[in-house]
Design a protein around this ligand. Structure first.
Ligand code: 4GT
Length: 251
């Protein structure tokens, strides 16, 4: 996959793109990620990229010209097929694991990072295919949301994760949260690892983990739990585990 990121602060991406699993994915060319400084496309001699909002109000708006020219530059120089162009903003549809799975199938993406009060609407109208939010809160810029999107999409590209970093059994891929994990030592500060995990009884371990997942989801994310109960029909095994769960926690 090819990803072009348009930002006023390309240096924010340096550590992210060269570290850990993302760094390895870049090195192995599972993904090609370029950052472009929007300020380089400012036509104005002061290299101005923002201006006062029409209609008044607080803050500044990112101007249409530098952003448009940056997008055109990326399209003309790096892409034959039109990449899916995404603007990260609190007004977008919320990023989910399902959306990340869809995006992971794309050949190329352009990510636009806003600052100040956001970007001129005409950029969105002319070039943006999709507006994406990483959650219901406000940040100072779209750079961290762009990193969040790059991280969660890149790890879904075949070959990026090793077999020990498997993505088969994890939070959100089945609408349930992950069960608790433990590693050595078996006892720390007098606190022991749940005995079943040391038992070697794989059927019992699987059952314990499923109960823990259901319990954790019910406690932390009742909304997800409800989705799981309505969108999918519970298997007989899950119904049985829920009955057992009723005895463990107060509903
Ligand atoms: C939050 C999000 C986002 C911001 C989010 C334009 C100016 C947007 C600042 C930027 N805040 N961007 N993508 N929840 N702030 O995804």
């Amino acid at each position: 996959m090819k990803i072009d990121i348009l930002t006023l602060f390309p240096e924010m991406f340096e550590t992210f793109l060269s570290t850990s699993i993302i760094g390895r994915a870049v090195e192995k060319e599972h993904v090609t990620i370029r950052t472009h400084n929007i300020r380089d496309f400012a036509a104005n001699k002061h290299k101005q990229v923002d201006d006062y909002p029409y209609g008044g109000g607080a803050g500044m708006v990112m101007m249409v010209q530098p952003l448009s020219d940056a997008i055109k530059y990326v399209l003309d120089n790096y892409h034959e097929k039109k990449p899916k162009t995404i603007y990260l903003s609190p007004q977008g549809i919320v990023l989910t694991q399902g959306l990340a799975q869809q995006l992971a199938k794309e050949d190329s993406l352009i990510l636009i990072c806003g600052h100040y009060e956001g970007i001129d609407q005409r950029v969105i109208d002319m070039y943006v295919d999709m507006e994406i939010s990483i959650g219901d809160y406000v940040l100072t810029g779209g750079e961290i949301p762009a990193m969040v999107l790059v991280d969660c999409v890149t790890r879904l590209i075949p070959g990026v994760l090793g077999s020990s970093e498997s993505i088969l059994e994890e939070s959100h891929s089945n609408s349930l949260l992950e069960y608790p994990q433990y590693t050595r030592p078996a006892v720390y500060d007098g606190i022991a690892v749940p005995e079943v995990l040391l038992s070697g009884n794989h059927k019992e371990i699987e059952k314990w983990r499923k109960i823990q997942s259901l319990k954790k989801t019910l406690q932390s994310r009742p909304d997800l739990f409800l989705k799981k109960c309505t969108a999918t029909t519970l298997t007989e095994e899950e119904k049985k585990l829920l009955k057992e769960l009723e005895n463990i926690i107060e509903l």
